[in-house]
Design a protein around this ligand. Structure first.
Ligand code: UT7
Length: 327
C-alpha cells in the first residue's frame, strides 16, 4: 500500500505590507470596521514586477529545502491558483521553467479558495495511481490584481502570497482496524455546487468578455454557506476514518474571515487553541492560505511530526472540501 506523505512545506509573502489604516486613506473604510467584521489587520501586496509564478517559485524553493530534496526529484508540479500569470500556458509550466526542472509534468488547478485542498486530493490520487512519485503542490495568488480597489466590500478582504508542499509516495502497511495510524494523507473529501456561481466570481474572462475582470461577491450569502459547508467537509473527512473532532491535533482552515472560523469552531465544538489563524496578518490569500497557515504552525513549533491535521477550505464555485493527514 502507498501513502502520500507531506515531506516539506515552504511559504512566501511579498515584502509590501498594507494596513487597514493605509486602506482607510484611499477608500471609505476604517481599521475598526475591518477588524470587527473580518479579524484582518493587514495584508501583503505583490510588487508590480512580481507575478504569481514568482511568489510560487519562492515558496517552492523553501518547500524543497525543508524536504531536503532537489528540483530534479520532482515529477509533477501543480499550481492551485485563480490568478495565473497568463490565460495560458499554465503558471505551473512557468514555475517549471523558473525552477529549471527538465522532467515531469506541470498543470494548474482552479478551485479558487479551495484550490490547495483540491490539489492535495488530486496529488494523493495521482500518487496512489502510480502516476507520480514526488509532487510539488503550490497555492499561489496575486488577488490584488483582480480586486476592484473602489469596492470597499471586497478590496479590504484579500492579500497576496504563496505556500507549497512537497508530497511523496511512501510504502505503508495499514494496521487492521487502525486506519488513522502512520504518516500521510488519510482521507479526502471534495464538493462543489454550481448553483452558486453568481455569489462569488470574477466578471471577466477570455471566452466571455475578453478582459481579466474584477472580483464580485455577495459577502453575506457566501458567509452563510461557508459555515455550513465547512462543517460538512470536516464531518465527512472524519467519518471516513472513524475519528472524532477530539482526535484532531490541528485545524488548518482556509483563512477568509475570523468570524467564519470562530463560528465553525463553536458549531463543531473545536477548541479555538487548536485552530491555526493567520487571517489577521495575511487576509484572504485564496489558494495560498492553507499552506501559509500550515507553514506558520510548523515554524513556530506548534505542529509536530505525528500530529493529526485537518485542512479545510471553501470558495468560489462554490467549492469546498477537507483533507485529513498525519504529519
Ligand atoms: O474565501 C471565501 C470567500 N469569502 C468569504 O468567505 C467572505 C464571506 N463574507 C464575509 O466575510 C462578510 O460578509 C464581509 C466581511 C464581506 C462583510 O461583512 P457583513 O457583516 O456581511 O457586512 P455587509 O456586507 O452586510 O455590510 C454591512 C455594512 C454595509 O453598510 P449599510 O448598508 O449597513 O449601511 C456596508 O456598506 O457595512 C458596510 N461596509 C463597510 N463599511 C466600512 C462594507 N464594507 C465596508 C468596509 N468598511 N470595508
Amino acid at each position: 500500500m502507498v501513502r502520500t506523505r507531506i515531506l516539506g512545506c515552504g511559504t512566501y509573502l511579498p515584502a509590501n505590507i498594507v494596513t487597514n489604516t493605509d486602506l482607510s486613506k484611499r477608500i471609505d473604510t476604517s481599521d475598526e470596521w475591518i477588524r470587527e467584521r473580518t479579524g484582518i489587520h493587514r495584508r501583503h501586496i505583490a510588487a508590480d514586477n512580481e507575478w504569481t509564478s514568482d511568489l510560487a517559485v519562492h515558496a517552492a524553493n523553501a518547500a524543497l529545502s525543508d524536504a531536503g530534496l532537489k528540483v530534479s526529484d520532482i515529477d509533477l508540479i501543480m499550481v492551485a491558483t485563480a490568478t495565473p500569470d497568463h490565460t495560458f500556458p499554465a503558471t505551473a509550466a512557468e514555475v517549471q521553467r523558473k525552477l529549471g526542472l527538465k522532467r515531469g509534468a506541470a498543470f494548474d488547478l482552479q478551485a479558487v479558495c479551495s484550490g490547495f485542498v483540491y490539489g492535495l486530493s488530486v496529488a494523493d490520487a495521482m500518487i496512489k495511481a502510480g502516476q507520480a512519485q514526488t509532487v510539488l503542490l503550490i497555492g499561489a495568488e496575486t488577488f490584488s490584481r483582480i480586486l476592484d480597489w473602489t469596492d470597499r466590500g471586497t478590496c479590504v478582504l484579500f492579500g497576496d502570497g504563496a505556500g507549497a508542499f512537497v508530497l511523496q509516495a511512501t510504502p505503508f502497511d495499514e494496521i487492521p482496524g487502525k486506519k488513522a495510524e502512520g504518516p500521510g494523507i488519510l482521507s479526502c473529501y471534495l464538493r462543489s455546487d454550481g448553483e452558486y456561481t453568481d455569489i462569488l466570481y470574477v466578471d471577466g474572462g477570455p471566452s466571455s468578455t475578453q478582459t481579466v475582470g474584477k472580483l464580485r461577491m455577495q459577502g453575506r450569502e457566501v458567509f452563510r454557506h461557508a459555515v455550513t459547508n465547512i462543517a460538512d467537509a470536516i464531518r465527512s473527512v472524519l467519518r471516513d476514518v472513524d475519528l472524532q473532532i477530539s482526535d484532531i491535533d490541528w485545524f488548518v482552515p482556509h483563512q477568509a474571515n475570523v468570524r467564519i472560523l470562530t463560528g465553525t469552531a463553536k458549531k463543531l465544538r473545536i477548541p479555538e487553541e487548536k485552530v491555526i489563524l493567520t487571517v489577521d496578518r495575511h487576509a484572504n490569500t485564496s489558494a495560498a492560505s492553507v499552506p501559509l497557515a500550515f507553514g506558520e504552525g510548523l515554524v513556530d513549533g506548534r505542529i509536530k511530526p505525528g500530529d493529526l491535521v485537518l485542512f479545510e477550505a471553501m470558495g468560489g464555485g462554490l467549492t469546498w472540501g477537507g483533507v485529513l493527514a498525519r504529519y
